[in-house]
Design a protein around this ligand. Sequence first.
Ligand SMILES: *Cc1c(COP(=O)(O)O)cnc(C)c1O
Length: 422
Amino acid sequence: MDTISFLDAETAFRIRDEIGTPCYVYDESSLRSVADEVLAFPNAYGLTARFAMKSCPNGNILRLFRSMGLKIDASSIYEAERAVRAGYLPEDISLSTQEFPDDAALRALVDRGMSVNACSLNQLQRFGKLFPGARVGLRFNPGLGSGGTNRTNVGGPASSFGIWHEDVDRVKAIVAAHGLDVFRIHTHIGSGSDPDVWVKAVTLSLNLTREFESATALNLGGGYKVGRMRNEQTTDLQDIGARMKAEFERFAAETGREIHLEVEPGTYLVANGCAILSTVQDLTSTGESGYDFIKLDTGMTENTRPSMYGSQHPMVVFPSTDLTREPRDYIVTGHCCESGDILTPAEGDPEALAPRSLVETEVGDLFAIGGAGAYCASMSAKNYNSFPECAEVLIRQDGSLSLMRRRQSLEQFLVNETEISF
Ligand SMILES: *Cc1c(COP(=O)(O)O)cnc(C)c1O
């Protein structure tokens, strides 16, 4: 049976009583210890560790990480503005975005020190026209990809992220035309947990760095795989970091250039620092040759990952009665009227069902879904079926609870709706 290290029955029922379900439950101690690990990433000539905030952008998480010394990777201008509101200086923020902001919004933060990685030739052109002679980073697609699934693969010919590595000459022409100062090379291919893939990614990225003599920093993005389930592997940062360091040293010996390392994990920092706490609100069955279903008061409104990727999350039942419970196989479903709202798909195949062995469950039991810190609160189908955005709570290091976000009211999600008369 699965466990969630920071959540026991007593805490789960306390959260239900004080805050209600569904609720994201974050654990301060877990978040702090992973942040310490990332800040200790091996490096040869200096390290900047950024938090890829799209994975979990609540301002309290940003403030916690800021207090520990993490900087920010923002994936849109709105995220950058959110980080500033959480107390980050613009100079602590690096923007790598698919959608280039409008001129005024970009200028407001670049003039105050935010750095930008141009992620396409068009972005580089626009940046050059707006900020001739300025410092700029270049995000490349080095031609290699290694995401966990097709949908999380962010490098290689099937990925639109970054400037294609064969376009170096076109990049140089744009850089020269606007007198830009290329200070950083950036790649993010979702390399996973395999050290050999990381070394390959570093080698390709250093080859791109070689092409731009002015570059003093190389950002290798995020993509450090975290095991949410017991059978899944977690990246050993010390191991891959040591191998990367050796590549940076080799590069320095060869070129005389001591390159500063940047890393920017999202998943690794937050994935296992949060669980979704929910209540079992119904049980149904499709008979002998069918399935037993557990219906929760959460689902794709809080976690779309199972429906999108067939990803697996640990699940723990906290019984509300002390009757003896036998193990039993269940399909766990969300509360949305959408057949894809399944929390127990087959691994990597959201179309297929994979019954999960749990203790026999009753209506009113609490049900926790672990591994919910990354791309859950930030990437949910919120307000589908008009369910309100749920609360977020932090378990402090002393065991007390601090509310991170209140449950949304109906008024709040109707606030921008107009009323046309008919
Ligand atoms: C999403 C993203 C990250 C973080 O990826 P994880 O897989 O969550 O570690 C880092 N850098 C960039 C540019 C990204 O788009």
